[in-house]
Design a protein around this ligand. Sequence first.
Ligand code: ZN
Length: 370
Amino acid sequence: MCDGGAGLAGAPASRAPSLDTSTKECTMSRSPLSTASTRRRRSVRALLGLAASTALAAGAVVAAQPATAAWSGSCSAGYVGLTFDDGPNAGTTNQLISTLTSAGATATVFPTGQNASNNPSLMQAYKNAGLQIANHSWDHPHLINMSQSDIQSQLSRTQQAIQQTAGVTPTLFRPPYGESNATLRAVESSLGLREIIWDVDSTDWNNASAATIRQAAARLTNGQIILMHDWPAATQQALPNILNDLKSRNLCPGHISSSTGRAVAPSGSGGGGPTTPPPTGGGGSCTVTVTKANDWTDRFNVNLAVSGASSWVVTIRLNGSQALQNSWNASVSSSGSTVTARSNGSGNNFGITVYKNGNSSTPSATCATA
Ligand SMILES: [Zn+2]
């Protein structure tokens, strides 16, 4: 059901193009709270039924034929962030990926941990399509009503589920319903996650037509982000036109920078995206797994494992005032809170020791081929 209804009575959906956190997005997983919301959910389900039949055919194409198309437009007007929340879903995700990849387009997806865990092959499909994968909580609760420890569980379980299914560690987080507070932001920060809301709300969660969704996307300017969802049939219908419209405006689909929160040129890493451009290469595909190891009072070890390349550059983002103390099995340098590690012939497993300086959270990392 969608949150224009009973769950958020008195909070009207805004169609303003500016950032508006009072605008609520929605999910299909809520229990019905009123006859109105039940009716809305039924109508959405009916639409999804139609989408599912076309998605089945599209899914076969995705599985058999990896993305080979290249975006054919100019990026002279900049980049925009197309975001799709609440996936992956068996009925719609393959069609979404097929539409994106056949146009050579990318996007940022915000799966829930629960959906990721239930659909590991679709998480791999996100990854294989080069989409940026981010965190959208475990099961889409109203986090602002929860304790810090429950919030921590919602976010960290989802980080683990995405790491286990797609092999990437998100650096971006979108709170369900766009609802945030200081407690949530503290948890996000401890996990190395940047909070991403949106500039333009497509209102696809509120049964917007494909034409309305397309018109919303037409308002996007360089660096901006639009809220859409994985599951609405109207979004699937609108997407080819949205991509054509962007081409005609010399705008390109990008990824969202975890350092600025703005849409930028995609890194090609398929993961959370680096906080700074990769020092070398940058077009290749590899992934890095980050595991906290020995933990002392003042410092801890981090083990990192690269897959997908033998020659690589891993960019590690330290948290707070953390500082690099030591490293092994890679050529490592640091500048501020950014640590750069390059393969040095010692294989794909390396490590660093980090001084906590008051922050014990595990650093995030991204990988590029070199
Ligand atoms: Zn959502």
